[in-house]
Design a binder for this molecule. Structure first.
Ligand code: HEC
Ligand code: HEC
Length: 223
């Protein structure tokens, strides 16, 4: 059983401890949650103490993402197949060997970000309240036509990103992810700087109005 640091149920993929595996250096990796928490200290300046995201939404939420997705992106940063200039000092073989990639990925995956800070009338100790408030990721409603956005989402995005936008194995969530970050990623997909399936069919034909409606709907998915 992995450590679940909130009172909420962890996503299915985080409920069982990962199988040990053989690292490129021939050693065996077994999940070490304390090591994951330690590594996260260097990431916290940008991504927040619990991976809740930061910088007004420029730095993505990492908590609750699929561990294999997180690991895959970290490897992509290390090999520069996904360009991420702010992370160059952190995502390299010396600072983040494969063992650390796996520990931090599974640690982050085990944190389920609450959708709201705890309500005032819920009894809990002050420390727990503060922790849950910090972990909470609540996306502000975006302007636009939510129904029109839902139709676009269901037609073009749901298959991979999930009915409720919570993501699937190796497919990141769109729900409960920070809007400035999502906007940037679509810009990168459209310019070809980051790869996404079927950009010419799924993304390029959409008007500014379509995008506004789509994000308006996505912003309701964590209500
Ligand atoms: C100096 C700021 C900074 C630090 C420190 C940092 N990151 Fe990042 N990280 C970013 C930025 C900026 C992005 C988004 C890049 C982009 O726009 O594509 C990002 C993106 C990511 C993503 C991709 C998320 C997704 O949804 O695709 C992962 C995973 C990630 N960081 C993990 C980490 C981990 C683990 C650490 C610590 C070892 C770390 N980051 C440290 C700035 C930082
Ligand atoms: C065929 C499957 C598929 C479909 C359909 C799809 N996506 Fe994706 N999407 C992915 C995968 C896989 C990734 C992760 C790419 C990677 O590994 O770098 C992704 C990543 C993203 C990201 C970046 C998220 C992050 O955390 O970095 C955004 C934003 C996104 N997709 C938006 C959309 C939108 C909007 C639609 C519908 C118009 C859509 N996608 C449809 C598979 C899909």
């Amino acid at each position: 059983m992995m450590i679940v640091v909130t009172g909420l149920a962890a996503p299915v993929w985080a409920q069982n401890a990962p199988e040990p595996r053989t690292l490129p250096n021939g050693k065996t990796w077994t999940y070490d949650a304390d090591a994951g928490r330690d590594i996260m200290r260097t990431c916290a300046a940008c991504h927040g103490e619990f991976g809740e995201g930061g910088g007004g939404g420029v730095y993505p939420r990492l908590s609750g993402l699929h561990p294999e997705y997180i690991a895959e992106q970290l490897r992509a940063f290390k090999s520069r197949t996904r360009e991420n200039i702010p992370m160059i000092p952190y995502a390299n073989e010396r600072e983040l060997p494969e063992k650390d990639v796996l520990d931090v990925a599974y640690y982050l995956a085990s944190i389920t970000p609450p959708r709201h800070p705890p309500a005032d009338d819920v009894a809990m100790d002050a420390f727990e309240r503060l922790k849950l408030a910090k972990q909470a990721v609540q996306i502000p409603r975006q302007p636009g036509d939510v129904e029109a956005g839902k139709a676009l989402f269901n037609a073009d995005c749901m298959e991979c990103h999930g009915r409720d936008g919570q993501g699937r194995v190796k497919k990141p969530p769109l729900a409960q992810q920070h809007m400035p970050y999502l906007h940037t990623q679509v810009g990168l997909f459209l310019s070809g700087a980051r790869e996404h399936d079927d950009v010419d069919e799924l993304m390029r034909p959409k008007s500014a109005r379509n995008w506004e409606d789509l994000w308006a709907y996505v912003s309701t998915l964590d209500d």
